[in-house]
Design a protein around this ligand. Structure first.
Ligand code: GUN
Length: 294
């Protein structure tokens, strides 16, 4: 039976450490880390995520600023706002919550964020630095997974890591990080995606399986080998007649059937999700200390 990779617990542990660090900074009269989040429009999920990020800042003692802009904001107006944030010395790091309204070019916006303030790690310069194993801001979800594996001291060196999904936010960076000459890392990595033929042949060979497809309960017990380490990034709300609310949250992995075969597994919710917030906060602290770009 698998040991649970308890993201909720580790995320809290990291946030407790950040709280202590903020107190040390305050005692020395240093600058309190300050994160800004830009939210354009009224996307429900984005509102929830951004609210959680701002609340997490407050809990660890960071300063935070929420910049709300209407759905009708033009690309130029958003670029003007970004320029203000880039030159505002009080703001250490900031994020522009994605997705953006369709009339705004996301690439243009991501590239306008000053790399030294890009605590999302989305700017091409920071993606390049990650690929070169140079100090950088790692994107929140991959960084969260890395920290989870690190804190549970999961052996990764020489293992076969199979990543399902090639998104720019999770799958692609995860494949780079697991192949790096670092811990966690030093894996032989296979990156599978929607065009992969005979997917099961790959998943069955995985020592470490990282699933970021957005397909509820896609990975079933017959697709994994005994002793696999499973990291489930998916989170989907599905109808359920076993809960009062009439729905439940499930991952990309069929948890109940895979659990007995795995050596470690992340639950959904309470696995990877909470780690992303902790990672954003760690990146913000790094930004305020000018650890990456000095
Ligand atoms: N939308 C979904 N995930 C993220 C994230 O990590 N950062 C930003 N800025 N937007 C997102």
């Amino acid at each position: 039976m698998a040991e649970i990779l308890d993201g909720k617990f580790i995320s809290q542990q990291i946030q407790d450490e950040l709280y202590l660090e903020v107190n040390r900074i305050k005692e020395k009269g240093g600058k309190i880390p300050h994160l800004a989040a830009v939210l354009v429009g009224n996307d429900g999920a984005s509102e929830t995520y951004v609210a959680a990020k701002v609340k997490a800042c407050e809990k660890v003692g960071f300063n935070s600023t929420l910049v709300r802009l209407p759905e009708t904001t033009t690309e130029q107006e958003l670029l003007d706002k970004i320029e203000l944030l880039n030159s505002d010395d009080e703001i250490d790091g900031y994020i522009v919550q994605l997705p953006l309204p369709k009339h705004i070019n996301e690439h243009k916006i991501v590239e306008a964020v000053a790399p030294e303030k890009d605590v999302d790690g989305f700017h091409p310069q920071n993606v390049g630095r990650m690929a070169l194993n140079l100090p950088t801001y790692l994107p929140a979800t991959p960084y969260g997974i890395v920290q989870l594996l690190e804190r549970y001291k999961i052996e990764t060196s020489g293992k076969h890591c199979v990543v399902l999904g090639r998104s720019h936010i999770v799958g692609s960076p995860m494949s780079i990080l697991m192949a790096r000459n670092a811990f966690p890392g030093n894996c032989t990595v296979t990156l599978c995606h929607s065009r992969t033929a005979n997917l099961k042949e790959f998943t069955q060979k995985a020592d470490i399986l990282i699933v970021a497809l957005g397909k509820p309960e896609f990975v079933t017990a017959d697709m994994v080998k005994d002793g696999v380490v499973v990291v489930d990034v998916g989170i989907t709300r599905i109808a359920s007649n076993t809960t009062k609310s009439g729905f439940k949250l499930v991952g990309d992995v069929h948890y109940d059937s895979v659990l007995p075969k795995a050596s470690y597994i992340t639950p959904v919710p309470g696995g990877v999700g909470p780690m992303t917030i902790a990672s954003l906060l760690v990146n913000t602290l790094k930004a305020s200390k000018k650890e990456i770009y000095s």
